[in-house]
Write a new protein. Sequence first.
Length: 114
Amino acid sequence: MVPWWKAVSYVTEERLLGLVGRIYDAALDTPQWQRFVDDLADLYAGTAAISTQDSLGGEASIFAASGIDPSYARSYEIYYGGKRPWAREACRSAVGEIFAPTTLFDQIQYESTE
């Protein structure tokens, strides 16, 4: 099996541009996220690609997944949803504002979270 970082080097510019185009399509048409994550998983020859999105309450939610049993995805949401100490701060971010959890914690604290 070819490592992912080598597999990506074999990808054509056309395929990468298509993937980027699907991101823009999905931004305008929510159901298109599924096509994007399916294509991303295929690009990396992976079994799953997950896109998560925080709701206004800061809860974890799997927005689109490829190759993941829905019951495992729901289990992930339930378990990890309340374990992200930065979730409430992320929800307070303005539209278009960049947020990174490491702005609230130093690297050691961040890496010690579940």
